[in-house]
Design a protein around this ligand. Sequence first.
Ligand SMILES: [Zn+2]
Length: 186
Amino acid sequence: MQIEELQCPTDEIAAYVDGELDAALEMRMDLHFASCRACSIELNHQKEFLRNLDISLGHERELELPADFAKQVVVNAESTVSGLRRPSERFNALFICAGLALFVLFAMGAEAGSLLDKAAEALGQTAAIGGIFGHLVYSLFIGLAIVVRSIAGQAQIGVLAVGAMALMFAGFSLYISRRVLRTLKT
Ligand SMILES: [Zn+2]
């Protein structure tokens, strides 16, 4: 069988390195590489490229994620959430109480004059009507605490949602406190 000389098979070199050529063509390539310096250099480049590729892929294999990576992430996230739940609940409760106090003070202060004077006066009035207003505020906070607890149980709902709830309750308590003050004046 006559083996004819190849015309620089540049396009086939990659296939040759990958071992994708049939035996006859591979043999003709071998012959060509033996006699053609340009193609043997190209062959060496391709082999070196493949070797470097193998090395970098091998390094990536070393960084391969453990089989239970997703499970570990979930477990970590769960422990993080349960770890944060208490402080965030405490923060939400503080945030809401502060917001409520501010709105109640504002509602009472808006009725007349200095906010601080009015706040002191409001404290006196609250003490004066004792049970009614105090119990109302207490009930509000208890209801709020229940809502906050159930919201905090839903991991996805953040401080923004709780803040919106706080504003709703603050608006409600503003309305209530205004009504109470108006009732007191008449
Ligand atoms: Zn050649």
